[in-house]
Design a protein around this ligand. Structure first.
Ligand SMILES: *Cc1c(COP(=O)(O)O)cnc(C)c1O
Length: 479
């Protein structure tokens, strides 16, 4: 007890810490008050650890810990990572990377003022939605378009505008959870509409909808079951049939298409993902989809369809709460222009990755394995599978080549010291930039498909750095 109290008294004071060259440097560069506050927090935490019985590290280690804490507190936490997982639209890693043109568009618009809501022709106030109307009219056959924060807000806004206080009929197999807390029954409740489920989990017929329509019905809803698939004894109503029923009964039809595939995924050996243009052709009132899934653009919710319906959506006070910003609009416009110019597959990273030839991936994997071999790491190229991810195309995969690093084999000359896979993975995650990869059946796997061209050299450097930290005498990659 007495010893601990004496140890705690040895904790450096703030004044003493401020005299450390590294900390003085930080004070000179940044705010004195912030640095002091971060030091206090750090000391408090160390004191807490010591009081809980942990031994106090030596003075030099304490000072080093505090310095790294202050530095950490002054750095942004959101940072780029290298995605070597082979999951193309990785929700936890920020979904779709943008094209060079989309990035440039954000930069251009961010630098100054723009005609975001200003009509240059008339000199009067304009609408931010006007910038995408013509593009979406050409690409999806939309009469009118509107963009909001994300697809979840698009569904909420549409339901709240068109069906508040009314019943919305949806197939029981489509009252789904998309992930991250987006559940159709909950969104329905938030919107003030009442969910009426029809059919069964696996089978729903047109007559199920017909029989459920009554005086309180406000809307027919279809939700694409993006992230799961019912196989076997299953039946659902096509969007054409549902749209026809809506027209016959004078009811609006909303189609939550999900991933926003403007190109046909079937041409890349994948299942066909519903396309917004197909919904509009089928005659739905409105279709909505995400901007950052298969569309390959920024986070956004895009609503296309009937002009009157969209005008009602825009007048809903909720529209202001889910409004899209100018950077998103700039990036989305640049992304949609790729489709219009017929260069989507060549310029949009998501489609580049989906359409990447297996031979190109195999060459890259072989090259990485060779370079890793030079570092003394045993690396093999094996067959594997990439996935599209982002809650789209469940169970669908693209054949790929993986670089597999095995730590299990017998120790050989120049091998890494015994280090567990999870330790190795952690070190790579803590690097700059962090590398995120796959571990499957005891092997460390890198999928070249999702590593962007500009990240390849960084990935090799990160691997080299980790190996050198584990074994300082390892040969280098550079001659
Ligand atoms: C992904 C998805 C959503 C949610 O879209 P966000 O853009 O993530 O808000 C809603 N509905 C379907 C069918 C989806 O696939």
């Amino acid at each position: 007890m007495i010893e601990r109290a004496a140890a705690l008294r040895r904790l450096p004071s703030i004044d003493r810490l401020l005299k450390e060259a590294a900390i003085a440097g930080l004070v000179a560069e940044y705010s004195h008050d912030t640095v002091v506050a971060l030091l206090r927090e750090g000391l408090e935490e160390i004191r807490g650890r010591a009081q809980a019985g942990a031994p106090l590290p030596p003075q030099a280690a304490l000072v080093a810990e505090l310095i790294s804490r202050v530095k950490g507190g002054l750095k942004p936490t959101l940072c780029p990572v290298i995605n070597a997982t082979g999951v193309i639209i990785h929700t936890n890693l920020g979904r779709a990377p943008l094209s060079q043109e989309a990035i440039a568009a954000i930069e251009t618009i961010a630098q100054g003022y723009s005609n975001l809501e200003f009509d240059l022709e008339s000199g009067e106030r304009g609408s931010r939605h006007s910038h995408l109307r013509d593009l979406l009219a050409r690409l999806a056959g939309a009469q009118e378009a509107m963009v909001v924060n994300n697809n979840a807000s698009a569904v909420l806004l549409a339901l709240s505008t068109l069906a508040k206080g009314k019943e919305v009929i949806v197939s029981r197999g489509q009252a789904v959870e998309i992930g991250g807390g987006f559940r159709i029954p909950d969104v329905m409740r938030q919107s003030g509409a009442r969910l009426v489920e029809v059919g069964t989990t696996n089978r729903t017929y047109l007559k199920d909808y017909e029989e459920a329509i009554g005086p309180r019905t406000g809307l027919l809803l279809r939700v694409h079951s993006s992230n799961f698939r019912i196989i076997g004894f299953a039946e659902s109503v096509s969007i054409e049939e549902l749209a026809r029923l809506g027209r016959e009964r004078g009811l609006p039809v909303l189609d939550d298409v999900g991933s926003g595939a403007l190109l046909d995924t079937a041409q890349f050996g994948l299942a066909h993902e519903p396309m917004p243009q197909e919904s509009l052709r089928a005659g739905v009132t409105l279709a909505c989809f995400s901007g950052d899934k298969l569309l390959g653009g920024p986070q956004a919710g895009i609503i296309v369809g009937d002009k009157d319906a969209i005008e009602r959506l825009r007048r809903n006070p909720l529209a202001r709460a889910v409004r899209v910003d100018k950077f998103t609009l700039a990036a989305l416009q640049a992304t949609l222009l790729h489709y219009l110019r017929g260069e989507a597959q060549a310029k949009i990273p998501v489609w580049q990755m989906i359409s990447r030839p297996l031979e190109a991936i195999a060459d890259q994997a072989a090259e990485w394995a060779l370079r890793l071999g030079k570092l003394g790491i045993e690396a093999q190229v094996i067959d594997g599978k990439s996935t599209v991810g982002g809650g789209s195309l469940p169970g669908e995969t693209l054949p790929t080549k993986l670089v597999s690093l095995s730590f299990a084999g017998p120790p050989h000359r120049g091998a890494l010291p015994v280090v567990s896979l999870s330790q190795f993975a952690r070190r790579l995650r803590e690097g700059t930039p962090p590398v995120i990869w796959r571990i499957e059946r005891g092997a460390f796997l890198l999928d070249p498909r999702t590593v962007l061209p500009q990240d390849e050299a960084k990935l090799m450097a990160a691997l080299e750095q980790v190996v050198h930290r584990l074994r300082p005498t390892a040969p280098g990659l550079s001659p």
